[in-house]
Write a protein that binds this ligand. Structure first.
Ligand code: SAM
Length: 293
C-alpha cells in the first residue's frame, strides 16, 4: 500500500513521468529563465509543476506534451493559474515540427526561443540532439537530466565522463551544473539522482562549421572515443577506414594529419579539448581529401 501512494497509477513509466515536487528545485529552475523572455517552450509539462510558474517569465509560453491526458489538461491548469497566452502542442518531441512554435505562437521567425524542461530520461539525449540542431534559434536551455547524463554533458577534457555528447553540446553552449536532486524530489521517485543544467549559447562556437561538416566532425569525435583506452592513433586507425575516411592503407595519412594538427598520436581522445578536435578534423580533411557524408 505504501508503495502505491508514491507511485500513482497515472504516472507512465514509458513516458518517463517522474513529477517534480521539490518547491526549492522548481523555484531555482524557474528563476534561471530571464523575466520577459519573448518565447519560452517547456517540453513535457506533465501536471504543470513547472509550467504554472514558468509562464510568468514569458511573453509567449508554449508547452509540448506527448501524453494525451496531460496535453488535454495543461491548458486549463495554466488558465486557472492566471495564464492567458499559452500554446499547447500535443506531439512527440522526437517527431515534432519545431517551426510550428514560431508559426502558431505568432512569433517572428527570428524570435529567440528559451527551452526549459524536466526531460523524460528515456529520450532526453535524443531530445537534446534535436534542440542542438536548432541552436541558431535557442540562446538558453534549462534542462533536467538523470545525473549521470548531466555530468557527461558538463564534463571537461581529461575526465572519465568526457565524451561525444560533451563535445557536441559544449561546442555551442557553455554548460553549467545548476543543481543535483535526489530521487525524493520527485513522485514517483526515479531510481537515479537527477541534475539540472543551464546551457547558454556561446557568442560563437569553439569550432565553427557548416551543418554538413558538423556531422562529419561529430563522427570523427565518435571514432576517436570508440576505443577510450587506446591511443588516438590506434583508435582512429581502426575506425576511420570503416567510415571510408582514409583511402590509402596504413597509418601514414593519419600520422601526417596528427602531426599537422600538432596533436601527439599517443594521447587518448579524452584528453583533447574541443578546439583540438576541430584542428584534427580540418587537417584530416586536408590529408584525406573530401570526406564522405
Ligand atoms: N514537467 C513535469 C514535472 O516536472 O513534474 C513532468 C516531467 S516528466 C519527467 C516528463 C514529461 O514529458 C511527462 O509529462 C511526459 O508525459 C512527457 N513526455 C515523455 N516523452 C515525451 C516526448 N517524447 N515528447 C514530449 N513529451 C514527452
Amino acid at each position: 500500500m505504501e508503495k502505491k501512494r508514491h507511485q500513482p497509477r497515472f504516472a507512465k513509466k514509458s513516458l518517463g513521468q517522474n513529477f517534480l515536487v521539490d518547491k526549492n528545485a522548481i523555484a531555482k529552475i524557474v528563476s534561471s529563465v530571464p523575466e520577459g523572455t519573448p518565447l519560452l517552450l517547456e517540453i513535457g509539462p506533465g501536471r504543470g509543476a513547472l509550467s504554472t510558474e514558468l509562464f510568468r517569465r514569458a511573453e509567449k509560453f508554449c508547452v509540448l506534451e506527448m501524453d494525451d491526458i496531460f496535453a488535454e489538461n495543461i491548458g486549463a491548469t495554466l488558465f486557472i493559474h492566471g495564464s492567458r497566452q499559452h500554446h499547447v502542442f500535443h506531439s512527440d518531441a522526437l517527431e515534432f515540427d519545431w517551426d510550428r512554435i514560431w508559426q502558431e505562437s505568432g512569433s517572428a521567425p527570428d524570435t529567440p526561443l528559451v527551452v526549459a524542461a524536466n526531460l523524460p530520461y528515456n529520450v532526453a539525449t535524443e531530445i537534446l540532439f534535436r534542440l542542438l540542431d536548432l541552436r541558431a534559434r535557442i540562446p538558453l536551455m534549462v534542462l533536467m537530466f538523470q545525473k549521470e547524463v548531466a555530468l557527461r554533458l558538463a564534463a571537461e577534457p581529461g575526465s572519465r565522463t568526457y565524451g561525444i555528447i560533451s563535445v557536441a553540446a559544449q561546442n555551442h553552449y557553455e554548460v553549467r551544473l545548476q543543481q543535483v536532486l535526489k530521487p525524493g524530489a520527485f513522485r514517483p521517485s526515479p531510481k537515479v539522482d537527477s541534475a539540472v543544467l543551464e546551457l547558454e549559447r556561446r557568442a560563437s562556437p569553439v569550432v565553427a562549421l557548416a551543418p554538413a561538416e558538423e556531422k562529419e566532425f561529430l563522427s570523427l569525435v565518435r571514432a576517436a572515443f570508440a576505443h577510450r583506452r587506446k591511443t588516438l592513433e590506434n583508435s582512429l586507425s581502426m575506425e576511420l577506414p570503416r567510415l571510408g575516411w582514409v583511402k590509402t592503407p596504413g597509418k601514414e595519412p593519419l600520422r601526417a594529419a596528427l602531426a599537422a594538427a600538432e596533436i601527439a598520436g599517443i594521447r587518448r581522445a579524452e584528453t583533447l579539448g574541443i578546439a583540438e578536435f576541430g584542428r584534427l578534423y580540418l587537417t584530416l580533411k586536408r590529408h584525406c581529401g573530401e570526406l564522405p557524408e
